[in-house]
Design a binder for this molecule. Sequence first.
Ligand SMILES: *Cc1c(COP(=O)(O)O)cnc(C)c1O
Length: 341
Amino acid sequence: MIDLRSDTVTKPTEEMRKASYEAEVGDDVYGEDPTVLKLEEAAAEILGKEAALFVTSGTQGNQIAVLTHTTPGNEILLEEESHIFYYESGAASAFAGVQTRTIKGERGAMDPLAIAAAIRGEDQHFPETGLICLENTHNRAGGAILPLENMKGIYEIAQKSNIPVHVDGARLFNAVANAPYSMNDFTQYCDTVQVCLSKGLGAPVGSIIAGDKDFIKKARKWRKRLGGGLRQVGVIAAPGFIALTKMRERLSEDHEKAIELQAGLANTKGLEISNTVDTNIVVVNVKDLNVTSDQFVSALKEHGILAVTFGPTLVRFVTHYDVTMEQIHEVVSTVNKMISK
Ligand SMILES: *Cc1c(COP(=O)(O)O)cnc(C)c1O
């Protein structure tokens, strides 16, 4: 099987497995796991924030950020197809007790003027706007990189109204690998950020949230409340450290594979590429084949290729280090044969 469902399917490398075996550990709830402390320190530095916290998943990291920044009854502003709104099982309302107000973006980027217009005033009828969430790269926009100017524009408006900005940066390292900007260029325009170690970076488990010291102190407590205070967690922080420090540079290879896949599938009759491929995601529209995405994904599976549905006629492919360029070529030729039958 050639698995292009997600970059989350990447398996830990030899080096990661070895690091896990050899990790020095302690009880992290007592602050005594040296491997976690090392990971959190490195992450804060790389993300350009005062402090960082290791969490079990991207969803947990995002939800801890929502919980830490808001109080029940607040309204949070976020993009219409953002992960926090679309794919986190309603957690923001279930746990933080906030209401979500979505704003339609253009390739994932919300217009700063629309944000300004949506921020609530003093009227007693209104909920308070407690948080603005951005997503970079934007998953449902096909891995689109949010322009730096857009982040800057929104952050300036947020600061004027004293509203924190959280970036769901599950794939922010992919943006850094493919934009002429550094991590700091992006994170200067947010208060807090979540990055996944378990996607293209290849760690088996884990995400990082980063922000100022006070935020991380409160976030740590929310993590504990959610049952995320783990003990000898160095065994998973050790591969996370390798992901964070050694796997970032190679993300551009995934982008080359995505561009190759896009080029190949764009030449296939009946398929239309529906996203601009900024990073490692290719979204294909199969409507001209008169099939649904479910039918197309099933047919792919019979031919040894895994992808996911992304809408009634949309199919998503994600490249990562466990697929080779040869396999990308194989996917293109198999899809061509499959369709011409
Ligand atoms: C994958 C993803 C997450 C969630 O990560 P999990 O570790 O699967 O919970 C959050 N945001 C975005 C944009 C993602 O793509």
